[in-house]
Write a protein that binds this ligand. Sequence first.
Ligand code: ACO
Length: 157
Amino acid sequence: MKVSARLDFLPVTSDSATVVHSLYLNCPTYIALIGGDMPSLNDIQRELDTLRHDTRRQAVLLFHQDRAVGFLDYKVAYPDLHSATISLLLIEEKLQGQGLGKAAVEQLEAMLRSRMDRLYAVVYGNNEQAKRFWERLGFEHLRDSGPTLSWYLKALK
Ligand code: ACO
């Protein structure tokens, strides 16, 4: 069932590690798909510490009806000054297919449109579902970087 979603974007802080970890735990199919081990809470804490040192990188928790439903990690002014790049959009598995991912991307596009010309999405691994999702949202396949990274692009202006 599709929801008419308005999401709140809450910047991730070092206190968010438990919530981010829960979201990963609730996405076992994605973790299996990219062939990785489920990250530990320590892994997530380290990752959040790393991204706090990169001022262009923005990590947000996506809240819907006062509950964390997803995680979004993107970088502004990358790969060039007028572009932003999404490296991960993760919606809790049980809530996928309800319009939350689309709502998150549309809200991000609206936030970025005044200062960025382009939005990239980088799909890692053999993630055909994600590729179809980005195409459905109007992104075009740009190139593959090696066998495991596919770049998608949407003009914001
Ligand atoms: N195949 C075809 N179409 C799809 C698929 C799919 N697997 N998934 C979504 N879509 C389409 C929907 O039909 C919908 O189209 P519509 O608007 O015409 O009805 C549109 O995409 C939006 O669908 P949502 O319900 O908003 O998608 P969802 O909330 O499930 O979010 C996401 C998509 C982010 C891929 C989610 O399923 C998820 O978290 N998956 C696991 C993690 C993942 O793979 N994330 C992407 C990694 S790549 C990156 O982040 C750059």
